[in-house]
Design a protein around this ligand. Structure first.
Ligand code: F6P
Length: 534
């Protein structure tokens, strides 16, 4: 993060930003991406980078070699290298909350010298050792429910970063699942999802993982309380300690809930929820794929950390993706960004990235407390192609606004079936978006000139998933440095939470609404009337 002094300069005041605008107007605006392929030799080879197992083809964007040079200058002008070092060295880069943001420490080695000045950094390794012991006892049948039956169902109760990461990664790594352990996830706070699940699984064999950094998120705690009362009713109050683990920064709350010491896993205060998959929040993942594979996932993330920290800009994949995203949304004029994964296993990856990007970058106030001067609110959405081809791709091809795409494509065959179908579709869509086509019939004209990146890798494995997760974490960080915003807080979410607290009594207990909003008042009356009549 830029210090207050550094971020005092708006990116739009920088020489590089001004040159970028002029360059776009003079050299690119009236061209098409397809025409750049004709005028530049070896474009596909030049606008291509590798990092460990990942390959990125970014040639299908409206940019050229000069654009890349200006991107590089811009990153120098915002002191990106210093910001990266501030993160790795454990400075309080989460400025408003006065905390470091040290998710990189969760996968680091001692020799990486990450945040050696932070006292509790060694807790990272002791927590991993405790996770390892727990996972190995579980797999050997030593973790049992209150009636002595081996645990076979893991139910994660969490929301946001305490749910999206475990669910996404477990779904992505299905080919690594250990026999006899099944994963379920409950996040929505109305209890319906939980009760539906409880009616389907064998409670004697079920372990709930209450995943919540704060251990006071309403949805999670409501679900946890329902689960606890169901277990208590069925097996008695002494059974609770056999059926609940807790993953949190809040040890007192875990203890008060009834979670036994050995089943409590602490996450540090310096791990942000949406950056927490490499912490003990990944315990469910470790239970499902084994600790050895979980460590490989961490190694993958570390490999991307090292790449981000040390690779020069022209080879730096997170920085390149970040600059393209900023350029597309602020200069070329993109409406949103789609993440389309040509692989069923990665179907939850877009939702995971949605929180990572939108909770981190959806800010209109900078670290120096001034208004942002760039558009930070690019909507991130997507899904598993080719489902999307038969749903929303029409808008990508012929909608009135251009929506850049990140295509994510494994090369090797998926599971037992050949993956060529996905590869063909991914390449065809990327080309069609760029080339477009002409026709005598107006409704059949595709303008083309729609940008896309293709991220390729051999197959989805723990190492590759770790690299993908860290790739986007660092992309978001780079964007935040340029925008001058803090990507590690989320004050906007808090307002809705506190308002919900204040309305709870009106709806739960029928206490009259004292606020000023007549719409809220009317809606509360309608809800309470309907309750009286039902
Ligand atoms: O909604 C905001 C948020 O704080 C997210 O950032 C976080 O991932 C989620 O709620 C869950 O928080 P917790 O892990 O504390 O329950």
């Amino acid at each position: 993060m830029p210090s207050k002094k550094l971020s005092a300069r708006y990116p739009t005041d920088l020489d590089s930003w001004k040159s970028l605008k002029v360059h776009y107007g003079d050299d690119l605006k009236n061209k098409t991406i397809a025409s750049l392929f004709c005028s530049e030799q070896n474009r596909a080879t030049k606008l291509f980078v590798r990092s460990n197992d990942l390959k990125l083809d970014y040639s299908k964007n409206l940019l050229n070699h000069k654009t890349i040079k200006i991107f590089e200058k811009l990153l120098k002008e915002v002191s990106i290298k210093e910001s990266i070092e501030s993160m790795f060295s454990g400075e309080n880069i989460n400025t408003f909350e006065k905390k470091p943001a040290l998710h990189v420490a969760l996968r680091s080695k001692l020799s990486d010298q990450v945040a050696l000045n932070i006292d509790d950094i060694s807790d990272v390794w002791s927590t991993q050792e405790r996770m390892e012991r727990f996972v190995s006892t579980l797999h050997s049948g030593g973790v049992c429910g209150s009636t002595g039956k081996k645990i076979k169902n893991i139910v994660n109760i969490g929301i946001g970063g305490s749910e999206l990461g475990p669910s996404m990664s477990i779904s992505a790594l299905r080919d690594y699942w250990i026999d006899d352990i099944r994963f379920h996830s409950v996040s929505n706070g109305d209890g319906v999802e939980l009760l539906d699940l409880l009616s389907e699984i064998e409670l004697e064999e079920t372990l709930f993982m209450i995943s919540s950094k704060s251990f006071n998120t309403k949805e999670t705690i409501n679900n946890a309380i329902i689960a606890r009362s169901v277990i208590e009713e069925r097996f008695g109050s002494r059974s609770i300690k056999h059926h609940f683990t807790g993953i949190s920064n809040n040890e007192i709350a875990m203890h008060e809930f009834g979670i036994q010491q050995d089943y409590q896993f602490k996450i540090a205060d310096w791990v942000g929820g949406r950056f927490s998959l490499c912490s003990a929040i990944g315990l469910s993942l470790a239970c499902v794929i084994g600790m050895q594979n979980f460590r490989k996932f961490l190694e993958g993330a570390r490999a991307m950390d090292m790449h981000f920290r040390h690779a020069p800009f022209v080879e730096n994949m997170p920085m390149i993706l970040a600059m393209i995203a900023i350029f597309n949304s602020n200069i070329v004029g993109a409406a949103s960004q789609a993440i389309l994964t040509y692989n069923t296993r990665l179907k939850l990856f877009p939702a995971y990235l949605q929180q990572l990007h939108m909770e981190s970058l959806g800010k209109n106030i900078r670290i120096d407390e001034k208004k942002v001067c760039l558009d930070t609110s690019c909507v991130i959405w997507g899904g598993a192609a080719s489902d999307g081809q038969h749903s929303y791709y029409q808008l990508l091809h012929q909608g009135t606004k251009s929506i850049p795409v990140d295509f994510i494509l494994p090369i090797s065959k998926a599971s037992q079936v050949d993956n060529y179908y996905n590869q063909v579709n991914c390449l065809a869509q990327s080309e069609a978006l760029m080339e477009g086509s002409s026709s005598e019939r107006k409704e059949q004209i595709y303008d083309g000139n729609r940008p896309s990146n293709v991220i390729l890798f051999d197959r989805i494995s723990p190492e590759v998933l770790g690299q993908l997760v860290a790739l986007y974490e660092h992309k978001v960080f780079t964007q935040a440095v340029i925008y001058g915003v803090n990507p590690f807080d989320q004050f906007g979410v808090e307002l809705g939470k506190s308002l919900a607290d204040s309305l709870a009594d009106c709806i739960e207990k029928g206490i009259p609404y004292k606020g000023k909003n007549s719409s809220t008042k009317k809606l509360i009356e309608l809800i309470n009337d309907s309750k009286k009549n039902s």
